[in-house]
Design a protein around this ligand. Structure first.
Ligand SMILES: Nc1ncnc2c1ncn2[C@@H]1O[C@H](COP(=O)(O)OP(=O)(O)OP(=O)(O)O)[C@@H](O)[C@H]1O
Ligand SMILES: [Mg+2]
Length: 476
């Protein structure tokens, strides 16, 4: 009897406590306004991306909940694609007003605090915040976009919080997730829906043209020239088109030739959305890149090769830890892979890196040697004419002088000469030309280079010739 009484009073006490807790939670919920993570308005301009949108919308609007990542490089259109998917009629039909958009740009707050704040929930008491988020998002089918997720996930010390947050969201059966982030790596914490979408590619030619022409009117024949260095990167296209509203295409092309990516700004140009340089720099200075400096060195070399390089040739460039460096560049979507097996840096990133992160000479020496070895190797087996198309992409190198030297070297008789000697002879030829034209400084510089490359190669006549040019040009 006594035991019964005890049990009854104990359970009454527990019930009282629960009621008190619920009332407290409810009172806190009541003080909160509607969730603020409201979905951005529908896009006015959105071109191409039919397949990509379809894949995302099918995963989100199907049975159960979809968990999708939109990956890709700087300014390639990840956020825009997510917003387009949010407004697709099939997504609207399934989620109605329960479509939420959280920007994860916060530099100070961790992932959980950022998302909770976006819903107007203080994260000081994480358990209570989780309770309220679950209450808000877990009861009916809801969709949350976590945009620019790399900001709260990329740094190693922020990653556990970011992945715990994903785990928490992933534990709500009714909740679908669409996460956009720079790079090519999906975070842990959620079982992502299959098939995994590949990183977002640049816009195709038609979509690039439509995007540009939706902002500025430009004659068709110059439009191609303006778009070429932008390589289908939407951010670059939008910024160039904004300038084309009030500057002539000729002025823009001239400015591009010396200002390159730094001219692509809008308004104050102080954010990743309004300055191409800031956008690209963010990826180059990202925690994963900074933690592995060899990746930046590799990027600086790859940026000199407009046609990229076949991945199996990479080791021939003798760069420090190139395999791992390439993997870091891929992680950050700073390189793209072509079906031909070539690894390439997109043109706007090439332009930025060539100006701001040029490789040093020690890095370039083995690179030059590799390229000079190509003519020699192919010449011996195939003959000059057949060899040209084969190595043509390799001959296209941004560094003009190097490119010319390489073409010169191709024309040299090659029997028995090593790469350095070919390079030396090519330099010597150019030194002689410069001297004939009266360009003494250039001649001096090239003759000095020739001597450096001759090294111990026994070619006394040519070495004497190089020394003579140096003597004659130094006297002046
Ligand atoms: N398919 C498209 N059609 C038209 N404009 C586009 C398209 N995709 C992107 N844009 C425009 O390109 C710019 C950059 O797009 P967005 O911000 O979506 O890139 P992002 O990949 O999210 O960039 P970040 O890497 O900085 O997060 C925006 O001005 C956007 O309007
Ligand atoms: Mg974005």
């Amino acid at each position: 009897m006594e035991a019964n009484n005890l049990a009854t009073s104990f359970s009454a006490e527990i019930e009282g406590l629960i009621a008190k807790h619920v009332a407290h939670a409810q009172s806190l919920l009541d003080t909160v306004a509607d969730p603020v993570a409201r979905c951005p308005p529908a896009l006015r301009q959105f071109f191409g991306r039919t397949q990509e949108t379809d894949a995302i919308v099918s995963a989100l609007s199907g049975e159960g909940s979809g968990r999708i990542t939109v990956l890709g490089g700087p300014g390639v259109g990840k956020t825009t694609l997510a917003v387009a998917a949010l407004h697709d009629p099939r997504v609207v039909e399934k989620f109605g007003s329960r479509r939420f958009f959280v920007s994860c740009d916060s530099e100070e707050l961790g992932c959980f605090a950022t998302t909770a704040m976006a819903f107007g929930i203080a994260a000081a008491d994480p358990k209570l915040a989780q309770f309220r988020l679950r209450d808000l998002l877990g009861r009916q089918p809801s969709l949350v976009v976590l945009d620019n997720f790399e900001a709260v996930w990329e740094a190693a010390d922020r990653r556990p919080d970011a992945e715990d947050t994903l785990r928490f969201f992933g534990s709500m059966e009714n909740l679908s997730l669409l996460v956009t982030l720079r790079g090519a790596e999906r975070p842990n914490g959620v079982s992502w829906s299959r098939p995994f979408p590949p990183p977002l590619a640049p816009l195709n030619d038609a979509a690039a043209r439509q995007t540009f022409l939706s902002i500025a009117d430009v004659e068709d024949n110059v439009l191609g020239q303006l778009l070429k260095p932008l390589d289908g990167v939407p951010l670059a296209i939008v910024l160039m088109a904004s300038l084309a509203q009030y500057e002539s295409p000729q002025t823009l092309l001239t400015r591009w030739s010396y200002l390159q990516t730094s001219m692509l700004v809008r308004g104050l140009g102080s954010s990743r959305q309004t300055s191409l340089d800031i956008s690209i720099q963010l990826s180059i200075q990202s925690p994963r890149m900074v933690a592995f400096p060899a990746a930046q060195t590799l990027l600086s070399v790859l940026a000199l090769l407009p046609f990229g390089i076949v991945d199996t040739d990479l080791r021939l460039l003798e760069l420090n830890q190139s395999a791992r460096a390439l993997s870091v560049l891929s992680q950050n979507s700073l390189v793209t892979y072509r079906s031909s097996g070539r690894i390439r840096v997109l043109a706007p990133i090439q332009a930025f890196v060539t100006v701001h992160y040029p490789p040093d000479e020690d890095t370039m020496l083995p690179v030059y040697n590799h390229y000079f070895s190509l003519p020699a190797l192919t010449h011996s087996s195939m003959g000059f004419v057949k060899m040209i198309p084969l190595v043509a992409p390799e001959l296209e190198v941004v560094d003009d002088e190097f490119s010319e030297l390489l073409i010169d070297a191709v024309r040299l008789p090659l029997q028995g000469w090593n790469m350095n000697s070919m390079l030396a002879i090519a330099h010597l030829r150019r030194a002689a030309t410069a001297q004939r034209r009266g360009q003494r400084d250039l001649a001096l510089h090239r003759a000095q280079n020739a001597l450096r490359y001759f090294g111990d190669y026994r070619e006394p006549v040519r070495i004497r010739r190089a020394k003579k040019i140096i003597e004659e040009c130094s006297d002046m």
